[in-house]
Ligand binder design. Sequence first.
Ligand SMILES: NC(=O)c1ccc[n+]([C@@H]2O[C@H](COP(=O)([O-])OP(=O)(O)OC[C@H]3O[C@@H](n4cnc5c(N)ncnc54)[C@H](O)[C@@H]3O)[C@@H](O)[C@H]2O)c1
Length: 341
Amino acid sequence: MRTILVTGGAGFIGSTFVARVFRDRPDWRILVLDALTYAGNLGNFEPGMRDHPRFSFWYGDVNNLTLVDKLVAQSDLVVHFAAESHVARSIADDRIFFQTDVMGTQAVANAVVNHQDRVERFVHISTSEVYGSAVREPMDEDHPLLPSSPYAAAKAGADRLVDSYVRTYDIPAVTVRPFNNYGPRQHLEKCVPRFVTSAILGEPLELHGGGGASRDWLYVEDCVDGILACLEAPVDRVRGQVVNLGTGVATSVADIADTVLSIAGRETPRVSVGERPGQVHRHIGDARRAHALLGWAPRTGLREGLERTYRWYEQNRAWWEPLRWMRRVRVRLPDGREELH
Ligand SMILES: NC(=O)c1ccc[n+]([C@@H]2O[C@H](COP(=O)([O-])OP(=O)(O)OC[C@H]3O[C@@H](n4cnc5c(N)ncnc54)[C@H](O)[C@@H]3O)[C@@H](O)[C@H]2O)c1
């Protein structure tokens, strides 16, 4: 048996990862550490897994050094997802982003240093947001880091912190920079679930700045494939590497809205609302390194992924109904006004 610690495992990508590991790695014991913020949800764990001896859930903060150290000490593998993750929320109130995303990563990485005799691999989940808007396309791992929101800045701090720990302490860390994930169980504050639930509810779809911003959209199960590949590749091949996970295809937010509406078969209108401050306008990933190092490539086409996502939300209304009130965040605009985003 190997033991894997998953921080933030009750969130969107973390819970998809945990479900996959539980299903496909029967000789791995899973420890989940999660503070169950507004974004964490115990309902993301299937009952059959929750009660299984291979799974244990630890309610706690990644900034609890004693608890993190105790859990890392028992782990062969560590995957660090825990973070505050919503750009708009970071514009409204960013202090917690630096506390969780930077200091929390320091806590986990430091525990990995302390238990290097046990930990074989530490996968840190960064984000493509660290790049900001593309100054060249597609964006490879050497693209300059130009974070344009407090969230992205906090994640960039954590990303560089892990890199510095590789150079200083030679920890077996890999940093993954996924592009925009979407799929089942994503919080309603994020773009795709907002569109999907608005389409289901027959509401207008709200597009920031007209929806002209384009992104590289990655289906969450493909992201999980890439993270597993980072855990299982020979350590000498991946130690200290930074790896993008993206599709290399840019699609505008307006096109995502249109695809969702066509899947829904609805005439629901689209409405343009104010642009988000610090908006990333163009974002498209170059994942050639992930392919070369890990043999990874995304498997899910955009329409197929959006269809699966739409069906999940259609069939799991009880999961998302209580989150409806959290779809919008009040953000401060540069001119001092406040707007719901
Ligand atoms: N969703 C995306 O498109 C995307 C893309 C690239 C990278 N990422 C990164 O992937 C990771 C997971 O993203 P997600 O979309 O699943 O986020 P999420 O917001 O759905 O989940 C975050 C999880 O972390 C937990 N958490 C928050 N603060 C914590 C703390 N102090 N201690 C312990 N647990 C805490 C929450 O309870 C929640 O379960 C994050 O690091 C995020 O930055 C996300």
